[in-house]
Design a protein. Structure first.
Length: 123
């Protein structure tokens, strides 16, 4: 029963991705900003000027610090920039899903979830 209470507050999606992906998801209604004074957003727009450390900080915030995130969507090409963190994250919540972007097609060989499934089946 305690496990249910722990996860019942996880109601939000978060996204780390390129401008087109984040904009589309915000238009779909996933955007959320926490109450002041810290006012944290549940999204990060990544471009070529975004430092890997900033992506890493957002990933850590969404997966470790925030307890209201149920699913983290991350563009696969962005996940490649912080692959070690994505591959080593093993908690059940939030679920981390790699998604394609307009300019970067999805490659199942790079997906951390599919890699774990293959290991589970001994492939």
């Amino acid at each position: 029963m305690a496990a249910t209470a722990t996860y019942k507050d996880r109601q939000l999606l978060a996204v780390i991705g390129d401008e087109d992906s984040v904009t589309g998801l915000l238009l779909a209604g996933i955007g959320h900003v926490t109450d002041p004074p810290d006012a944290q957003r549940n999204f990060l727009v990544v471009d070529s000027k975004t430092e890997n450390s900033e992506i890493e900080r957002a990933f850590q915030s969404f997966t470790q610090e925030r307890k209201d995130i149920a699913v983290l969507l991350i563009n696969q090409h962005v996940a490649e920039r912080i692959r070690h963190s994505v591959d080593t994250f093993a908690d059940p919540f939030p679920a981390v899903l790699e998604i394609p972007s307009k300019d970067h097609p999805y490659d199942p060989e790079k997906d951390s979830v599919l890699k774990r499934v293959r290991r589970l089946f001994g492939e």
